[in-house]
Ligand binder design. Structure first.
Ligand SMILES: [Cu+2]
Length: 248
């Protein structure tokens, strides 16, 4: 298992993959356009010449067809200015250069990609907080906070799966749980807000009076771990500690 877990590793790889795709498309597109649509003074005179020749032949054709119309090319007045090849005017969108299909394409496709990336980014949320009711083979254990100690209720589980005792070294309450079993810790409080925190496992959740909240806990390493209170609850909040012991 990589740092951060498989889910985050998979997300990282997927995000890198799409970043590369988008990056390659964007830069190839930009570099291609930089060369293909490059203009220079030479191009400008070439274009003028081309346009004049076309106009001349058009005049000729119209004269032959008996149509009487006159038109001229508007010459740029200031030859010293940069040539305005595309005839772009300040404040006027060059609608003739518009391409609705392209606009829709590069609006809709990235939008779909963003929606997709948002969707897969929710995967860790789902994994961290699975619905306790969807878990099979999970054992329910009651954890109740009170100023300033923790009460555990094994709810009829065998002592191999769940046991409550006292730690001989520290005198703290010990909750013994089994390795690789999944537990639903049902949290509540008898007085004020508390928040059991299994420090080394990085798990915490509020214990709220009159309400049940849950921590889903699957111990994957044996040992003794502190269960602290992570919500300030009065004078002895700092000493509201128990031990969770994981055995095989
Ligand atoms: Cu507290």
């Amino acid at each position: 298992m990589e740092f951060g877990g498989d889910i985050f590793q998979d997300l990282y790889i997927e995000f890198m993959f799409w970043s590369l795709i988008v990056g390659v498309i964007t830069f190839v597109w930009m570099i291609h356009h930089s060369f293909v649509y490059r203009t220079s003074d030479g191009d400008l005179s070439g274009k003028r010449h081309h346009l004049r020749t076309q106009l001349d032949s058009l005049r000729h054709e119209m004269k032959r067809a008996g149509m009487d119309m006159e038109f001229e090319i508007e010459e740029e007045e200031d030859k010293r200015a940069w040539p305005n090849v595309d005839n772009i005017k300040v404040g006027v969108f060059p609608k003739e250069n518009d391409n609705l299909k392209l606009e829709l394409f590069w609006t809709i496709i990235p939008f779909i990609l963003i929606c997709y990336l948002c969707w897969i980014s929710w995967a860790p949320t789902d994994a961290i907080w699975p619905s306790a009711y969807e878990l099979e083979d999970a054992h329910e254990v009651g954890v109740t906070g009170q100023q300033w100690f923790w009460d555990f209720d094994c709810k009829g589980l065998t002592s191999d799966l769940c046991d409550v005792g006292v730690d001989s070294d520290t005198g703290l309450t010990v909750l013994s749980l089994k390795l690789d079993e999944t537990y639903i810790l049902n949290l509540s409080s008898r007085d004020v807000l508390h928040a059991p925190k299994i420090v080394q496992y990085g798990l915490t959740e509020d214990a709220v009076p009159g309400m049940y909240t849950t921590i889903v806990f699957t111990p994957y390493e044996t040992g003794k771990y502190f269960l602290d209170c992570a919500e300030y609850c009065g004078d002895d909040h700092a000493y509201m500690t128990a031990i969770i012991e994981i055995h095989t």
